[in-house]
Design a protein around this ligand. Structure first.
Ligand code: SF4
Length: 355
């Protein structure tokens, strides 16, 4: 192990303390995150997600006005689908959600480039995340959408050229794409974009119960490389992403979650029919936002019973929606993990997963 020069640690430590301070303040000011699927219509034909087989009818879908019932002071809202840019009233959702949440990010497959650019131009404060499951051959096979990678990349490049600030892309790991993880991460670094990771899950939302990971070792090895790259970076945000990916390895290996789950307390999921769930992994509904006000939905005996199910949920999923708020709630132990791994990284020692 190389000698650790204390001066080498000074800058990362100061950066991390500042980052923690900001995160902590934000944690006190904002208390809840939302995940809102505004449609189950989708132009992709993904292997790991069957939403496209069960599209909603436009007449069944929630309207932007239904979301006026949401409480104010949400920390973050993710607009998703299906493919959310299929909805022509997506900007009406943005305008209402802007009055409710501190930050809005839209997840998309990036196919409708011009529509995405038009929305981004008028809404420079809204983040855009494009799902890319690998480079062209892998992505297009997994997403069942010919030319999907090229279109997604074109969308990212054009958003960049537009000067849009909050852009990124993400990969859902499965047996078929671990080889593409690190090259995609390098692409995100060279394009100065955020890079998100997930692994396949089964849930009512995806209409899937047969996603399996048979090549765990390969997936874990790729994620370990990613954790090492993230720890080497100078961005404190990347060090916390290293922790997220450490938890993702833990999930891939089938272990219990590293952090408890508080879905239904600090996170909600609204499906396109208007049903409010604790998360997109649990089918139980607190109530429907088309029919009830938020207080009736959120503060009832029925919602408490569902929260009890969350406390005993055996799924152990590790998706950014349910994990990010818990990282903030557990910022001290998570920061200690980050600090210890950053010191190891500076000293030239490689991260290997251990619980
Ligand atoms: S572990 Fe949490 S986020 Fe996952 S399905 Fe269970 S309650 Fe939902």
């Amino acid at each position: 192990m190389k000698n650790i020069n204390l001066m080498m640690l000074r800058e990362p430590l100061i950066a991390m303390l500042f980052f923690l301070f900001i995160v902590k303040i934000c944690g006190y000011l904002f208390y809840m995150d939302g995940l809102i699927a505004i449609t189950y219509r989708c132009n992709a034909r993904c292997k790991m997600c069957n939403i496209w087989k069960y599209p909603t009818k436009p007449s069944e879908e929630i309207s932007p006005d239904d979301l006026r019932k949401l409480p104010s002071g949400l920390r973050f809202v993710n607009i998703t689908g299906g493919e959310p840019f299929i909805r022509e009233d997506i900007e009406d959702f943005i305008n209402i959600l802007r009055t409710k949440a501190g930050r809005i990010v839209i997840s998309t497959n990036g196919f409708f480039t011009q529509r995405i650019l038009d929305v981004a131009k008028r809404n420079p404060d809204v983040g855009i995340r494009v799902s890319l499951e690998g480079f062209s051959k892998t992505n297009d096979k997994l997403r069942g959408i010919e030319g999907g990678f090229e279109r997604g990349l074109k969308t990212l490049v054009e958003l960049n050229a537009l000067g849009h600030k909050d852009i990124g892309f993400g990969i859902t790991l499965s047996d078929e794409n671990p080889d593409d993880l690190i090259p995609l991460f390098h692409l995100s670094e060279s394009m100065k974009m955020e890079f998100a990771t997930a692994a396949v899950h089964n849930s009512f939302y995806f209409h899937k119960d047969d996603n399996v990971m048979d090549r765990q070792e390969k997936i874990v090895a790729a994620l370990e490389k990613l954790v090492n790259e993230l720890l080497k970076s100078n961005r404190p945000k990347n060090w916390f992403r290293a922790y997220f990916n450490h938890g993702l390895i833990n999930y891939v290996l089938g272990n219990p979650r590293l952090l408890p789950c508080k879905a239904g307390s600090i996170l909600f999921f609204i499906d396109p029919y208007g049903d409010v769930h604790p998360c997109n992994g649990m089918d139980e509904s607190f109530g429907n936002i088309k029919e009830k006000n938020w207080d009736e939905i959120w503060n009832s005996r029925h919602s408490d019973e569902i929260r009890e199910l969350v406390r005993n949920c055996p799924k152990n999923c590790w998706m950014i929606g349910s994990v990010a708020p818990m990282i903030k709630k557990n910022i001290i132990p998570v920061s200690l993990w980050v600090l210890s791994k950053k010191i190891l990284s500076i000293s030239g020692k490689k991260y290997r997963f251990s619980k």
